[in-house]
Design a protein around this ligand. Structure first.
Ligand SMILES: Cc1cc2nc3c(=O)[nH]c(=O)nc-3n(C[C@H](O)[C@H](O)[C@H](O)COP(=O)(O)OP(=O)(O)OC[C@H]3O[C@@H](n4cnc5c(N)ncnc54)[C@H](O)[C@@H]3O)c2cc1C
Ligand SMILES: NC(=O)c1ccc[n+]([C@@H]2O[C@H](COP(=O)([O-])OP(=O)(O)OC[C@H]3O[C@@H](n4cnc5c(N)ncnc54)[C@H](O)[C@@H]3O)[C@@H](O)[C@H]2O)c1
Length: 452
């Protein structure tokens, strides 16, 4: 039995749910296919529950600053309210009924199961075939990568999908991978008393960020008692009541839990993209500025390789929906892509790092200032370390990138995102009035250092 519809969306992550809802609201006959939970990784295993964890960890951090600033405070971390909040408020016990209702209220239809492109313009879900008159939208997201380390696959390792639902903080934790996932969990569990060791194969944590940012975060984690091991390779893993991780140096580390946070992948072969003329061996699906991947196929979200963030997925969804509806004039522009890693301090970035700008042969000028040297940093007194780094195109006299590592760095970056997005001339930025004494006022001092 073949059923004709207007659009089939495979994967109802943040972008898939959004695009399917937009198209159904516009009156199209839309089928959304989801094999797990409508809403995707973000609300159930990623952004939202992990930021609830971070909120709790940050509260512990702030309470521990009281003795130096405001008297006495005794902190006894307890995971119970965190687990309860994640179960009841974030995920409704990992139940997507509310999200399904939200989608169905737009007029869309949800089909549960694994979708596969079976022919051009055709999607099969458990033997049920849909022919899409207007097109197919691919939003399959990603799964955690588990590296081929001897013994790892057979062990009861955690990924983010196990760490989020945990009902207790482990006594000890080895975190494999010092990227955003690894470091956010490290920050959280360390504050709850877990003895955490991060194992990163690169010479530094957050290897894609500015080196100055890696330095501040590494020191902040160490101050929270975290063992940071960079440039290390794991040879094999053994589990026998506890994890034994054998490093290539011969050293053996043990812990109650092992979290694998070594990146993400998508099985494009299983998704059947070759049937739509796409390379199923690739790591991502290349799309044009309107999210078109092939004739009658759009792709959005992590799979496009343009920044694995919820805000990217939803941004792309808006553009794809407009294009499918024939109303699309907006072309995707990633120059001012922001990101925030919720450690303490937060690591916020927009646009290009210095090294990426140099690779693009931009005539680069940079300036970096210390948060601790600002008035607000001095007032803050404790845990005031951080930086603002600006990357400018000297020829055009505009910022092309910025990094803020600071308390509330994710909020401070907003001003710099506007500057990069709107290509505000550096000279014009220097003429701004920055409120005193704020953290964002350190932008003014950094601009003054910039020879552009
Ligand atoms: C621990 C963690 C923390 C994060 N924190 C943040 C954060 O703070 N801020 C931020 O912006 N980003 C964060 N991210 C990234 C963010 O979760 C993703 O970028 C976001 O979920 C967008 O992904 P997506 O739309 O591509 O799809 P996903 O959210 O991955 O959803 C894809 C959906 O498609 C379904 N699916 C896949 N294949 C099929 C198929 N063949 N048939 C049917 N259904 C299918 C999956 O079951 C899934 O539900 C975090 C990620 C992790 C892992
Ligand atoms: N706050 C946020 O916005 C947020 C938070 C978490 C994740 N994310 C998104 O999710 C994506 C995935 O994050 P991630 O941290 O899983 O992946 P990642 O690819 O960003 O980082 C993985 C890290 O693991 C290291 N690694 C890989 N194999 C290793 C091995 N065998 N031993 C030791 N180290 C190894 C890599 O060198 C890298 O530093 C990110 O790109 C990010 O966009 C965003």
């Amino acid at each position: 039995m073949v059923e004709e519809v207007d659009v089939v969306v495979i994967g109802m992550g943040p972008g898939g749910e959004d695009v399917a809802g937009r198209l159904a609201s516009a009156g199209l006959d839309v089928v959304g296919v989801e094999s797990r939970l409508v809403g995707g990784e973000c609300p159930y295993f990623a952004c939202i529950p992990t930021k609830m964890m971070v909120r709790a960890a940050d509260a512990i951090g702030e309470a521990r600053r009281v003795p130096e600033l405001a008297g006495q405070a005794t902190v006894q971390p307890d995971w119970t309210p965190v687990a309860k909040r994640i179960r009841d408020e974030a995920t409704t016990n990992w139940n997507d009924e509310i999200a399904v209702q939200r989608f169905e209220d737009t007029g869309g239809r949800l089909v549960r199961g694994v979708g596969r492109v079976s022919a051009p313009g055709e999607v099969t879900v458990d033997g049920q075939v849909f022919r899409a008159r207007r097109g197919i939208v691919l939003n399959p997201g990603t799964d955690p990568v588990v590296p081929p380390i001897d013994g790892l696959a057979e062990s009861p390792y955690w990924t983010n999908r196990d760490a989020v639902p945990t009902t207790s903080a482990p006594e000890s934790l080895l975190v494999l991978g010092g990227g955003p996932v690894g470091l956010e969990f490290t920050h959280v569990f360390a504050r709850f008393g877990t003895a955490v060791t991060v194992l990163e194969m690169h010479p530094r944590l957050l290897s894609v960020a500015e080196p100055e940012a890696s330095e501040v975060v590494t020191e902040a984690l160490r101050a929270d008692g975290v063992q940071v091991r960079t440039g290390c390779a794991v040879d094999r893993v053994k589990y026998d009541d506890q994890f034994q991780v054998h490093l290539d140096s011969g050293e053996v580390l043990t812990a109650e839990r092992l979290l694998v946070a070594t990146g993400r992948r998508t099985d494009l072969r299983a998704l059947g993209v070759a049937a739509a003329g796409l390379d199923d061996q690739a790591r991502s699906i290349p799309v044009d500025g309107r999210m078109r991947a092939a004739d009658g196929v759009w792709a959005i979200g992590d799979i496009t390789g343009r920044g694995a963030f919820t805000h990217t997925s939803v941004y792309q969804s808006r553009i794809a929906a407009a294009d499918i509806l024939g109303q699309g004039s907006e072309v995707a522009d990633y120059r001012a892509m922001p990101s925030v890693i919720f450690t303490d301090p937060e690591v916020a970035t927009v646009g290009l790092t210095e090294s990426r700008a140099r690779k693009q042969e931009i005539p680069v000028r940079t300036a970096t200032t210390q948060i601790s040297a600002s008035t607000r940093g001095w007032i803050h007194k404790i845990d005031k370390e951080g930086i603002i780094k600006l990357v400018a195109d000297a020829e055009r006299g505009v910022l092309v990138g910025a990094t803020v590592v600071a308390p509330a760095g994710g909020e401070i970056i907003g001003a710099l995102a506007v500057a990069v997005h709107a290509e505000v001339p550096v000279q014009r930025l220097r003429e701004m009035i920055f409120a005193y004494p704020t953290f964002h006022r350190a932008i003014e001092a950094t601009l003054a250092e910039l020879d552009a």
